[in-house]
Design a protein around this ligand. Sequence first.
Ligand code: HEC
Ligand code: HEC
Ligand code: HEC
Ligand code: HEC
Length: 262
Amino acid sequence: MGGSKIALMLVAVVAIGIFALPSTMSVFGGTHTWYDIAGGTTVPCAKCHADKYEELSISDFHTTFAGGDSSEDCYMCHRADQDLRYAKGGGTPGVDTHAATTIACMACHEYEAEIMKGPFAGGFKQPSGSQFTYTGKVSIDSGTQVISDGDHAAHNAYVQSAVDSDMMEDSNEACIACHTAVPMEIDWTRGYAMRSQSVADSLGDWTVQQLGASGTYAVTTYSDGYGDDASTTEPYVDHDVGSSVPSSGGRADWLDFSSERP
Ligand code: HEC
Ligand code: HEC
Ligand code: HEC
Ligand code: HEC
């Protein structure tokens, strides 16, 4: 090996020492710069949840929360429950939780919410098994005081099933399904035919009894988050008229309810 080649190799070794060594000592850039949490709450949630931050910023509501700070906005909900002891920095470790917790919409939207008073999501029945208050005295337009008890609500079963589900906190599944742009798919099964019995006496006076439904009708509805691409599958009908007529009656042959109907 000639002298010039050795000199070249030495240059190469020194170059590796200068350029390669520091980066093998620190695998990822930025690992040795800590956020100053002692001064407040500055771990940027948006660093890992930029999608949530983006969603919140373009939303119609809770915009008062999205003040531009990439953590404070999230803290408004995910560190709202002051009964929980969060890690704070400056010598205050977390007890019940560290950075954040999940939260129920109803924590702020229940009747006379304590955590933070959002507008009351009244008009549902009290679901069983929820720690939040769904009913209470409200004043409506003219200032009259009435009880909001959800007696006529069409979605009480929806809210109850959300409370029963472990997927999210309390009834969040139902609130989020209606109020946010999450796409939805629902399998529905309903009664297929209305069934009643009509009997005329000898004078032609009718006695009509509503017997309910017979057969089932099943569809799946699906939609993107904005209802633009909303559609349904072809219904699957399971119905046998012969077995559903009251025992006293005969079969109306000329009404052919095919069970194979698409
Ligand atoms: C270093 C990345 C990182 C940062 C910073 C971060 N998160 Fe997360 N977060 C994750 C990951 C990964 C998950 C899912 C795994 C898990 O739940 O442990 C998650 C889950 C969550 C969940 C869902 C928990 C659940 O049970 O559904 C919430 C809420 C949340 N983070 C809020 C926050 C908030 C608020 C902040 C700011 C204080 C934050 N995160 C900062 C990475 C991060
Ligand atoms: C930390 C408390 C808090 C939580 C948790 C919370 N909200 Fe809110 N919400 C508020 C406040 C306060 C307002 C009124 C101010 C605003 O819109 O920024 C509001 C406003 C709203 C509004 C608009 C009502 C109107 O008449 O203007 C809707 C709808 C709503 N929230 C739904 C939800 C849903 C759904 C969830 C759960 C996914 C939720 N909120 C979670 C506090 C909260
Ligand atoms: C208005 C209240 C509210 C605000 C503000 C809010 N969140 Fe949430 N977030 C919720 C609720 C409610 C859920 C559902 C919790 C559950 O699992 O029951 C949720 C769920 C999440 C999840 C888990 C959902 C998933 O898809 O896995 C993450 C992650 C999260 N939030 C991060 C954030 C971050 C980051 C911010 C700040 C940019 C933020 N959130 C601001 C109310 C809020
Ligand atoms: C079946 C769909 C549906 C479900 C489930 C639902 N909401 Fe609503 N919510 C609505 C509609 C519709 C309105 C009235 C909006 C309008 O004016 O068109 C409304 C109004 C509201 C308001 C405004 C009330 C006011 O005083 O201004 C809040 C807050 C709210 N909902 C929160 C919630 C919360 C929290 C949940 C979960 C318990 C929930 N909603 C469940 C559909 C739903």
